[in-house]
Design a protein. Structure first.
Ligand code: 8X3
Length: 250
């Protein structure tokens, strides 16, 4: 059987790293991108199977994305799965107090980088008439909450992009899946609030989803037969009914 290749962005931690582990267990060869070289190397050593290519660069710099794409064209040509995982939230101020630099980092990482990498990969998938693009959306891509407008706007953009992709790729045998998790305990909240204490408070008294929960869902979507496209999945922890509606034990 042909060895499959998957590219995962933001693979150095959290959902990206967990997805890399599960895809390796399924026999995938992997191209892993991330900013933290040591973390990527550590992950690569822990993987059970397959060939692993590491690419350490900053998604905030379009020139580095371009360099990565042209430098790895031979791999992109044979890519079966692209997991656009890299993304983050920064800050939770109300809009009149929001930090422009936080907004730019979210827009550049969650939207622009995702678009640029997908654009680089698409012609090869279209030429081969096969492929699967998995985007990391969020419940924030469907609903908005106070202090989260810009993060929510980026995830709404990811959802709109996923829908447009499905339409523009119709008839080309390429699947597009938008994964939409609620609260997941990764470095997400620590990065958002720049504080471990504030991050811990987010998950206090409730059981959030884990990176592995989401990775399992991603891998399940990928493992469906080629004629089955899981378009979107919303995944909340049982203790969360909606954005901002969480049950906590006393
Ligand atoms: C993360 C989910 O509810 O913190 O994408 O926006 S939420």
């Amino acid at each position: 059987m042909k060895q499959k290749w998957a590219l995962i962005t933001g693979a150095s931690s959290g959902i990206g790293a967990a997805t890399a582990k599960k895809l390796a267990e399924h026999g995938f060869n992997l191209i892993l991108t991330g900013r933290r070289k040591d973390r990527l190397e550590e992950l690569a050593h822990s993987l059970k199977a397959g060939e692993v290519v590491l690419a350490n660069f900053d998604l905030l710099k379009p020139s580095e994305i371009e360099k990565f794409c042209t430098g790895h064209e031979a791999y992109l040509k044979k890519l079966d799965v692209l997991v656009n995982n890299a993304g983050l939230a920064k800050g939770s101020e109300l809009l009149d107090q929001g930090q422009l630099k936080d907004w730019d980092v979210m827009l550049d990482t969650n939207v622009r980088a995702l678009l640029h990498i997908t654009r680089a990969v698409l012609p090869f998938m279209v030429a081969r008439q096969e492929g699967h693009i998995v985007n990391m959306g969020s419940v924030a891509g469907r609903w908005v909450y106070p202090g989260g407008a810009i993060y929510c706007a980026t995830k709404h953009a990811v959802r709109a992009f996923s829908e447009g992709l499905r339409m523009d790729l119709l008839g080309k045998n390429i699947r597009v899946t938008n994964i939409e998790p609620g609260m997941v305990n990764t470095e997400f909240s620590k990065v958002r609030f720049d504080s471990q204490a504030k991050a811990d408070a987010v998950y206090e008294g409730m059981t959030p989803l884990s990176a592995e929960d989401i990775a399992e869902t991603i891998v399940w979507s990928i493992a469906r037969p080629a004629h089955v496209n899981i378009q979107e999945i919303i995944i909340y922890p049982t203790a969360q009914a909606h954005v901002g509606m969480v049950h906590r034990s006393k």
